[in-house]
Design a protein around this ligand. Structure first.
Ligand SMILES: Nc1ncnc2c1ncn2[C@@H]1O[C@H](COP(=O)(O)OP(=O)(O)OP(=O)(O)O)[C@@H](O)[C@H]1O
Length: 597
């Protein structure tokens, strides 16, 4: 696979105002910023001085006097030349070192702000995002800050300062002609470079698009490695990849030709300017108006100015790209989470753990109602189970309880307090969830369990492992609890992952425990063992259980039967069987299935 490009850009007009938004991230090191700017000026003064020392040296070398007198006159100048060169480089290095810290701190602050913001955004945002694209946006945005600072402060700023000084000095020392030639050619050069760069943007964009397409194709294909093998489709995959690579190759060729046009045009302007300057200087020397030293000085100035301008096209494009990337990042930061704590939100105070749903209605999207008029009470310390067909809205109840969403109608109360009026943090602190699909961090088994309560002791972790029936499994592992679980926990089976999730929740020990099909990935024997463990753990806690297999919840204090977003029946197992309704149908169907097994 080819390495991917880091420099994206699109056709949007450049928004320079974004620079103002960066200031809060830079002002922490205000003194450093000013010191760096001071060094920048000092380095440029030294570099503009250099041609003058060179001129005096050349003129002194041409003096019609004794060897000793020439040496005496030039020695000091040569030392001054060396000192100025050193000063130029040293001040430049000090400026880089001083400013490096400012940029790094700004990147750190911005990175952390974005990270915190992403964790505040709602579940809907995270369900719709494309992780790859999002992380590229963040990476491009934060490194955009570094690019922008580097190029604005270390390249554009110093170059403009130098051009200003040189044009002024030429005008002061030799009159308007040299200053005019330099000024006009610089303006021409900048104008041409900006126009040509804007024109080239579409080719750069094509390369980036082709690059993203080939990279995505390769990654998708490799991620589906097993499927490719199941269907013997290696050749088909290679052909598809090659079609993308061909487009990438064409885009690169066009991009290279457009770069040739840009560089060619720039070289043409530089050559024209240098020739004119040299010709003017030569005429002046021939007329006796200028010395050989002056000729050398004009030559040195011209070279000094056009050298950094050589990179202007590249720098301009990078700045454009960086501004766009930073703007994307600020757009992300401006995104408002759907669930926000009210200004007067209080801390939820849970003493018993009673849950009540009062006339709750909810829809993910306006045009489709998921929950209608849901009313029930889970008394403190009891076990309530929710059953119903797939898609009936069972997990949605849990998402509302956890405040991933707020109800569209009605309210949910814990110990009589409306959770929508309390901080999300305090609501979540009192609820432990073993979700339907457990995703683990790419870390060790121990660390994944410790996540339930980062300050838990080794002993408490061991106990949680035992209660979740993970101990036999752990002892069988080569590295025991220090075994890495792989990305998203892929090295563990579904049942093992669920037990890790149970162990985590045991460590958290919240007053309210929610089990969303917590035993769905277990075989019947492990399921029975875990269920007895859950019963043990749930003692004294309020537990809310979503289950498909009714046999796992027959002992619940109350069973709620959901049907198309509404409560169809509620009561204990025996009461529901007596009703001979939906629950009885579900029960009979499952009994029949297990008899057939
Ligand atoms: N984020 C979402 N955006 C839009 N619709 C959603 C979202 N999450 C769930 N739904 C829809 O809401 C309905 C209820 O989903 P929910 O997950 O609550 O059902 P469930 O009863 O728990 O189903 P299962 O037993 O299969 O887990 C489903 O039709 C589902 O497609």
């Amino acid at each position: 696979m080819r390495p991917s490009h880091s420099s994206p850009s699109d056709d949007r007009p450049v928004n320079w105002r974004i620079l103002a938004k960066l200031w809060p991230y830079l002002k922490e090191f205000k003194t450093r910023v000013w010191l760096a700017i001071g060094c920048l000026v000092a380095a440029k003064v030294a570099s503009v001085w250099l041609p003058f020392v060179l001129k005096d040296t050349v003129d002194n070398l041409n003096l019609d006097t004794t060897k000793e007198a020439i040496m005496a006159a030039t020695l000091g100048l040569i030392v001054a030349y060396g000192v100025l060169r050193l000063a130029n480089v040293l001040f430049g290095e000090i400026r880089d070192t001083l400013f490096g810290r400012v940029t790094e701190r700004a990147m750190r602050r911005l990175g952390l702000t974005v990270f915190n913001h992403l964790h505040k955004l709602d579940l809907d945002f995270h369900l719709s995002r494309q992780t790859g694209g999002l992380s590229r946006d963040i990476e491009r945005g934060t490194s955009g800050v570094s690019f922008l600072m580097r190029f604005l402060i270390f390249n554009i700023g110093p170059t403009l300062l130098e051009i200003g000084m040189v044009v002024g000095l030429l005008f002061y020392n030799y009159g308007a002609s040299f200053a005019v030639v330099i000024f006009v050619s610089v303006v021409l050069y900048v104008f041409f470079s900006m126009k040509a760069t804007d024109w080239r943007t579409k080719y750069v964009k094509q390369v980036n698009q082709a690059d993203n397409a080939t990279t995505s194709r390769a990654i998708d294909s490799l991620l589906n490695f097993e499927t490719v093998k199941y269907f013997n489709n290696e050749k088909f995959e290679a052909n598809r990849y090659d079609v993308d690579l061909e487009q990438w190759e064409t885009a690169r060729r066009k991009n290279r030709l457009s770069l040739f046009a840009l560089n060619g045009g720039q070289a043409f302007i530089i050559a024209g300017a240098m020739t004119s300057m040299m010709a003017l200087a030569a005429i002046n020397v021939a007329n006796g108006k200028m010395t050989i030293g002056d000729f050398v000085l004009v030559n040195a100035f011209t070279m000094q100015i056009f050298m950094p301008l050589n990179f202007l096209g590249f720098v301009y494009r990078e700045i454009r790209g960086s501004l766009t990337n930073i703007e994307n990042l600020f757009t992300l930061l401006a995104k408002k989470p759907a669930i926000v704590d009210r200004a007067d939100a209080k801390e939820l105070n849970v003493t018993k753990g009673q849950i009540s749903f009062e006339n709750v209605g909810f829809s993910y999207h306006e045009d489709r109602r998921i929950l209608k008029n849901v009313n029930f009470v889970v008394k403190a310390g009891t076990k309530v189970a929710v059953v119903g067909e797939s898609g009936a809205g069972k997990s949605t109840l849990v998402k509302l309880l956890f405040r991933f969403y707020d109800p569209t109608e009605g309210c949910i109360k814990i110990d009589g307090q409306d959770i929508a009026l309390h901080t999300q943090d305090s609501v979540r602190r009192h609820i432990g969830i073993v979700p339907q699909d457990t995703v683990l961090f790419n870390d060790t088994l121990y660390e994944n369990i410790r996540y339930g309560r980062p300050d838990a002791s080794e002993l408490e972790i061991e106990e949680a492992i035992k209660l979740a029936h993970l101990d036999t499994f752990v002892t069988r592992l080569p590295d025991k609890g220090n075994t890495q679980v792989g990305e998203r926990g892929l090295k563990l089976s579904g049942g093992e992952k669920q037990r890790v999730a149970i162990a985590r929740t045991i460590l958290k020990r919240p007053p309210i425990m929610v089990f969303d099909e917590a035993t769905s990935s277990l075989d019947s024997q492990s399921e029975q063992a875990i269920l007895s463990a859950l019963r043990e753990i749930a003692k004294g806690h309020t537990s809310f259980m979503i289950a498909h297999r009714l046999s796992t919840i027959v002992d619940a204090d109350m069973i709620i039967v959901m049907d198309q977003g509404q409560i169809a029946e509620q009561g204990s197992h025996n009461e529901l069987l007596k009703l001979d309704g939906l629950y009885t149908k579900l029960w009979q169907a499952q009994q029949k299935n297990s008899d057939n097994d």
